[in-house]
Design a protein around this ligand. Structure first.
Ligand code: HEC
Length: 278
């Protein structure tokens, strides 16, 4: 049995055993989404993007107070200014992204020509490179501001990641991301799935563990612990370190494949970036 199903079935809730033979990404996605909905029957579908605040009433109260004066607002305006500032060659982001800034649901995507997953931050830096600009650092700073602006403009878009059937390398990238998600690592020997699938809803030290469903909808986030904005891959690094595992580089192939898997599992959820988190 594939590890994903071992874990989901270990917890199996009514009706799940019939899906044990699931084999395609579509079936896995359906199983995944039903698992979380069965696990948190009181959480409406469109609430999953709110992470722990969809399931922890006290955390939610604090968060709603924070959202009244969103700490990510500065990042949105900085991002808008960056988007509209021409590069040294007179061109700008709009030349690379002709659909404008509301493009978050076009990523991550499978790039057939290069046989790799392209994330939005990667596409931003590739745009800069084409126009002779230095790449931005991937964890925080200007890239987080640009993503905050793009995310804000994309709010409400529905996630719709595609795994083209006629390119087996796309399926392989998804499978690698999935393996990463279910692989035990670090001194604690925990996989992502241990905390965000198996123990979702439990409290670890002072934090309620958020369900994996919804995990990619709201990045970048302003995190109080960071005191600033950070990207999704910054969060991956934090979660790898949490179990004392060696993190990968942001935008490494490992993390891009992971993002591909995780975002695909979120298909159908609305985007609500940027976010605010404890
Ligand atoms: C030891 C438990 C643990 C493991 C293992 C773990 N995380 Fe986390 N993760 C946390 C905690 C605690 C938080 C902060 C509270 C929350 O939102 O769940 C968090 C938060 C997150 C968030 C942000 C959630 C949000 O709503 O903003 C993402 C995304 C995430 N983790 C992904 C991962 C990925 C991917 C892995 C595997 C590489 C992983 N985590 C492994 C404990 C863990």
């Amino acid at each position: 049995m594939k590890p994903m199903f071992a874990i989901l079935l270990a917890l199996s809730l009514s009706g799940f055993s019939t899906l044990a033979a699931a084999a395609t990404p579509e079936q896995e996605q359906a199983l995944w989404q039903r698992y979380f909905q069965a696990r948190f029957p009181d959480v409406p579908w469109e609430e999953f993007p709110n992470g722990a605040y969809a399931i922890d009433p006290i955390g939610r109260e604090n968060w709603e107070a924070i959202e009244e004066f969103p700490p990510y607002e500065t990042a949105i305006s900085e991002g808008e200014a960056l988007w509209n500032t021409p590069f040294a060659d007179g061109k700008g982001y709009a030349d690379c992204f002709p659909d404008g800034p509301a493009i978050m649901n076009q990523y991550p995507r499978w790039d057939r020509a290069r046989g790799m997953v392209v994330t939005l931050p990667l596409a931003i830096n590739e745009c800069r490179k084409v126009h002779g600009e230095k790449p931005l650092k991937y964890k925080k700073g200007p890239i987080a501001s640009l993503l905050a602006y793009i995310g804000y403009e994309s709010r409400g878009q529905i996630i719709d990641v595609k795994i083209p059937k006629d390119d087996p390398r796309a399926l392989a990238a998804y499978e690698k991301g999935k393996q990463f998600y279910f692989a035990r690592r670090g001194q604690l020997n925990f996989s992502c799935a241990h905390c965000h699938v198996l123990y979702a809803g439990y409290v670890l030290r002072t934090e309620t563990l958020s369900p994996a469903l919804g995990h990619t909808t709201h990045f970048p986030v302003y995190r109080s612990k960071w005191g600033e904005m950070g990207t999704l891959h910054r969060r991956y690094i934090g979660c790898n370190k949490q179990v004392r595992a060696k993190p990968f580089k942001p935008q490494s192939e490992e993390y891009r494949n992971l993002e591909y898997f995780m975002t695909y599992m979120n298909n159908g959820l609305p985007l609500n970036a940027p976010g605010a988190r404890k």
